[in-house]
Design a binder for this molecule. Structure first.
Ligand code: GLU
Length: 370
């Protein structure tokens, strides 16, 4: 067991606000105390903090009776209030904080991904506590991660964290909805995230946050696939952070997957690509999932969206399930001309060749091998 862990702590809006409307500084200072204790022991902590929109709403309510602000306005006002509050509280323990506001676009572009990774790692290496949130003030729907559960998984991958704590208003994942079924039992360990578990997780639970158990499972799937252990636990449980760092059995623990995706491929896993997708036939699906092959033109049935070569796209089966993500060597316009063809025919059809594979195995990550 590692003595010094790198840990991402995701704090949902329900954990940071008393009632969803204003920051609960009394509880925040308690979380800060736990983080500072762990940092003093040599552990590295990164916070992914929600609560900007809620904080913005409560700030603006003090100034006007107008309540119908857009989320970007609420986030712009609330994020500064949120980071200022964290800064004041961590300052009590002499811990400097650094704010990182990210969007999906920062993680899909390889250069920006590497830049974000560098900054995050520089902060933790200098014992500065990074506080991450989505850049909601400038973020349009198309480039949003959308919820901080998924954002925290991506952050954990960037930081090569050992563990990700998804702290929420529930003690963990239950065998059925504990609000409806009194016999629901807390699941303490998950070795594999399968369809049954996903159906248990259902939709959004709390009224104040964006995510729910469903987004937590998505986050757990992404993170555990990249070698990060994930724990869902109740953020208002006394000493929850220190207990988790000290390996006490709290909440629901998701074990790291066997088939870990390494380095370069991890950023391919960072969420649904916006550029487009390819539908492939059953033969190509089998080859991708079982024999570790590259994607060839022959297996492509149709192309959705418009994209250039070198874009990150999704590969889907005939049921429209995403089975892989990868970087295409050909644009959508070229693919429309060569889909279904043998690799030897590409050159004569297009007048050039970018490689015999449409997506080379090295640039492809299977997402349905879970
Ligand atoms: N970024 C949002 C906020 O700061 C929270 C999103 C989420 O909790 O999933 O309010």
């Amino acid at each position: 067991m590692k003595n010094n862990k790198t840990v991402v702590v995701k704090l949902g809006t329900s954990v940071l606000t008393g009632n969803g409307y204003h920051l609960d500084t009394r509880h925040m200072v308690e979380l800060v105390r736990q983080c500072s204790m762990m940092m003093e022991l040599g552990h590295k902590i990164i916070l992914v903090s929600s609560g900007a929109i809620a904080a913005g709403r409560s700030q603006l309510a003090k100034h006007s009776s107008h309540l119908d602000y857009d989320k970007d306005v609420l986030a712009a006002v609330g994020q500064s209030n949120l980071i200022q509050t964290w800064q004041i509280l961590f300052n009590l323990y002499n811990i400097p904080v650094g704010q990182m506001l990210l969007t999906r676009a920062d993680l899909e572009d390889r250069e920006r991904y590497l830049r974000a990774k560098h900054t995050l790692n520089s902060l933790i290496n200098h014992n500065i506590l990074p506080i991450v949130n989505e850049n909601d003030a400038v973020c349009i729907e198309e480039i949003k991660v959308g919820d901080n559960d998924n954002l925290s998984a991506l952050t954990a991958i960037l930081a090569k964290a050992d563990e990700l704590y998804l702290l929420t208003d529930q003690p963990g994942l239950f065998s059925s909805d504990p609000r409806k079924n009194k016999d629901a039992e807390l699941i303490s360990t998950v070795n594999k995230i399968d369809d049954k578990l996903k159906s248990i997780a259902g939709g959004s639970g709390s009224k104040v946050g964006t995510g729910g158990m469903a987004t937590k499972l998505q986050a757990a799937e992404i993170a555990t696939r990249s070698g990060v252990e994930v724990i869902i636990a109740k953020g208002r449980e006394p000493n929850v952070i220190t207990d988790l760092v000290n390996n006490k059995p709290v909440g629901t623990r998701f074990k790291v997957m066997n088939d870990i995706v390494e380095g370069r491929k991890q950023w391919l896993l960072t969420g649904p690509a916006s550029s487009g997708s390819l539908i492939v036939d059953d033969g190509a699906q089998k080859a991708l999932l079982t024999t570790g092959s590259s994607l060839l033109a022959k297996g492509i049935l149709s192309i959705n969206g418009e994209f250039d070569s070198s874009s990150l796209i999704e590969i889907k089966n005939t049921n429209n399930d995403i089975i892989a993500r990868g970087i295409t060597c050909y644009s959508s316009t070229d693919l429309l001309k060569i889909k279904g063809l043998h690799s030897e025919e590409i050159k004569s059809k297009l007048g050039f060749i970018n490689g015999t594979a449409i997506i080379h195995r090295d640039d492809l990550v299977v997402v349905d091998a879970l």
